[in-house]
Ligand binder design. Structure first.
Ligand SMILES: Nc1ncnc2c1ncn2[C@@H]1O[C@H](COP(=O)(O)OP(=O)(O)O)[C@@H](O)[C@H]1O
Ligand SMILES: [Mg+2]
Length: 253
């Protein structure tokens, strides 16, 4: 079976710095994979490259999404085909409301105008179910929102756009424990109901209390240095990222 996402030998550069070097990873349909690594190792870079951020130069390698060449797709196409990034630092877009953007995105998918009242009913229902203030609906995208509100607002986008592959970049940054629990539990329910795939990018494992990854990968020097099950995340939590390097060295001696 073709994996949902297949990244092969991807080398990515920004300015004159190589960040990912022959990076490879696959995510199957409905799979939850965690990508861990210290700050600055390139975790957010992977998410942004997958979404088509032109800041990053792809030197070599390939990415397929459901068997199609992802790197050849426009940013709009990637979103239309079900890819979604929940940003580490969500951008503020002034002057465009959530409702305007989301309605336009849904219309672009079907190529048909969406009934205003139906859309309002749908978005209001989601807000109520997910405990998202209905005042967000007509606010500018992330405009003037606190860190936690921005993440909540991005979750609203997710529930409307109904993606198949979610890239979750450091959900816990800017969130207090209660907000993290609420958002992570909502997301966990969503991915299990939709059989969606999830890449959890994080440098620590607070989120694993609510969403359990099947596979944990550790990024180092632009590549995946280690893969394991959930116990690898526990090991990292207890001993830090350098623990594995130390124990590998001791094994060599
Ligand atoms: N737009 C950019 N311009 C310059 N350097 C960047 C840019 N994006 C990422 N980098 C650099 O690439 C490296 C990896 O960054 P990032 O992917 O954000 O790491 P992580 O998410 O693992 O903390 C860092 O050294 C960072 O400074
Ligand atoms: Mg990051």
């Amino acid at each position: 079976m073709i994996p949902m996402l297949k990244i092969e030998n991807l080398t990515v550069q920004v300015l004159d710095k190589v960040i990912l070097k022959n990076f490879s990873m696959t995510i199957e349909d409905g799979e939850i994979v965690a990508l861990m690594g210290p700050n600055g190792t390139g975790k957010s870079t992977i998410c942004k490259v997958l979404m088509g951020d032109p800041t990053y130069t792809i030197q070599s390698g390939s990415v397929t999404y459901n068997g199609e060449d992802l790197l050849a797709m426009s940013i709009e196409d990637r979103s239309r085909k079900g890819l979604f990034l929940l940003n580490q630092n969500p951008l503020e877009i002034e002057g465009v409301s959530n409702a305007e953007m989301l309605r336009a995105a849904l219309e672009a998918r079907t190529n048909e105008p969406m009934n205003f009242f139906e859309f309002n009913k749908k978005i209001t229902k989601i807000c109520k179910e997910q405990n998202i203030p209905t005042s967000f609906i007509h606010r500018g995208i992330n405009e003037g929102m606190s860190g936690g509100e921005k993440k909540k607002n991005e979750m609203l986008h997710l529930f409307i756009l109904e993606p198949n592959l979610i890239l979750l970049d450091e959900l816990d940054s800017g969130l207090d424990v209660d907000a993290l629990k609420e958002l992570a539990e909502g997301l966990n329910t969503y991915i299990h109901e939709k059989h969606a795939s999830l890449l959890i990018v994080t440098h620590h494992s607070a989120i694993f209390k609510y969403i359990m990854p099947k596979r944990v990968c550790v990024l180092k020097d632009g590549q995946i240095a280690k893969t394991g099950d959930y116990h690898l995340a526990e090991e990292i939590l207890e001993h830090g990222f350098r623990y594995n390097e130390v124990s590998e060295k001791q094994n060599d001696e």
